[in-house]
Design a protein around this ligand. Structure first.
Ligand SMILES: NC(=O)c1ccc[n+]([C@@H]2O[C@H](COP(=O)([O-])OP(=O)(O)OC[C@H]3O[C@@H](n4cnc5c(N)ncnc54)[C@H](OP(=O)(O)O)[C@@H]3O)[C@@H](O)[C@H]2O)c1
Length: 356
């Protein structure tokens, strides 16, 4: 049974405090960078909105393949530079760092252009279509001496720092089992990015990457990975169940789907106790510490649930201003390892993308 620790945050509860407070710094205190957005789509809008509401970051330019789409996005968010090509974002002197928010298939080209232009880069998840492209980006960034990071935003959220500290202190005992899932019901639509093989659509790169990345953070490098899947009508992976293990023989049981909305929860079970993260575990969420007997011992409730993308931007800004080329919270070696895992899962599923 875990014992109460003296150095924890005060909770408004009679129970002893066991879970540590997040060490996450305020995103508002991060140094202010000029951001250029490549790909004014759905996630770019959420990202810019989060930066506007919760940080001092300046979104100074947006690029689209279509000047009118760039202008509409710039007008919506009060962005001074609207460019009708992605290359023009890189010629804009106000841009310190580029946020690549295009479909997976375009990440390698867009990020390479930015790196070669000497810009720091934050690349949406999945980082690239495959490990080979990811290695290309990492090599180029190291050669150019620019900052590069995968925008796996979950890693930077306060509740994940609570999880990280629990793992560091051994509060759960020896970790034996991790579960995580991310399934959404997506109406079958051949024109949607998620069903398009040429855009590297499918459940795995969009949604499955969250449980895979979470299990990797908890278990460390996988010793084995096995997956079964079902394809969607366009041939992309529609659903996958994945079992991983590490050298210590702990397991991760993971699921992703475009066919059904799953609980999107995660859990980490150890020999002393377990953590349960409510759905959506990959967004700001409540973490509960639960005893063998099923008793709720403590919980961490996020201060707010919206705008979670601001934390990854603040981390990137801090790293860039400190002259760092990667983040300790999402190191490039970890991104590469995860891309290799995703390649292996796709081999099991028999899924490849045109032009890979
Ligand atoms: N962190 C998160 O929570 C989260 C959530 C959703 C998605 N994502 C990730 O963000 C990325 C984009 O997803 P999204 O949902 O924002 O996609 P989206 O709404 O379809 O937007 C993608 C944008 O990319 C641009 N683009 C560039 N080349 C393209 C091409 N060949 N085909 C189509 N569009 C192209 C398009 O802008 P123009 O045509 O105007 O150039 C489009 O607006 C993906 O990597 C995805 O996994 C992350």
């Amino acid at each position: 049974m875990p014992q109460p620790r003296p150095d924890n945050q005060a909770h408004n509860t009679a129970r002893p405090v066991l879970l540590p407070a997040p060490r996450t710094l305020s995103p508002r205190d991060a140094p202010s960078l000029g951001w250029g957005v490549m790909g004014p789509g759905g996630i770019a809008a959420s990202f810019v909105e989060a930066l506007r509401r919760h940080t001092e970051q300046r979104v100074v330019a947006v690029g689209s393949r279509d000047p009118q789409r760039a202008r509409a996005f710039a007008d919506r968010f009060g962005i001074p530079g609207a460019h009708g090509s992605y290359a023009d974002v890189l010629d804009d002197d106000r841009v310190d760092i580029v946020y690549v928010a295009s479909p997976h298939s375009a990440h390698v080209d867009h990020a390479l252009q930015a790196i070669e232009a000497g810009r720091h880069v934050l690349v949406e998840k999945a980082f690239t279509r495959n490990a080979r492209e990811a290695e290309q980006l990492v090599r180029a960034a190291r050669e150019q001496g620019v900052f590069l990071m995968e925008a796996m935003w979950t890693r930077f959220l306060p509740h994940i720092d609570v999880v990280r500290q629990v793992l560091e202190t051994g509060l759960l005992g020896e970790i034996r089992t991790v579960t995580a899932d991310h399934g959404q019901f997506m109406t079958p639509d051949a024109t949607h990015r998620l069903f398009a093989p040429e855009l590297a659509g499918g459940a795995l790169l969009d949604l499955g990457i969250y449980p895979v990345s979470f299990a990797s953070m908890v278990l460390g490098p996988f010793a084995s990975v096995t997956a079964v899947g079902t394809k969607a009508f366009t041939g992309v992976d529609g659903q996958a169940s994945i079992v991983v293990s590490n050298e210590a023989g702990a397991h991760g049981v993971l699921n992703t789907s475009l066919f059904a909305r799953t609980p999107t929860t995660a859990s980490i079970s150890g020999t002393h106790a377990r953590l349960e993260i409510e759905g959506d575990f990959y967004a700001p969420a409540t973490v509960r510490l639960i005893s063998h007997e099923g008793e709720l011992l403590d919980s961490h409730v996020p201060a707010r649930r919206e705008g979670g993308l601001c934390f990854e931007a603040a981390e990137a800004a801090r790293c860039v201003r400190a002259g760092r080329l990667e983040s300790d919270l999402m190191p490039l070696a970890e991104t590469l390892r995860i891309m290799h895992v995703l390649d292996g899962i796709r081999r099991d599923l028999g899924v490849s993308y045109p032009g890979e």
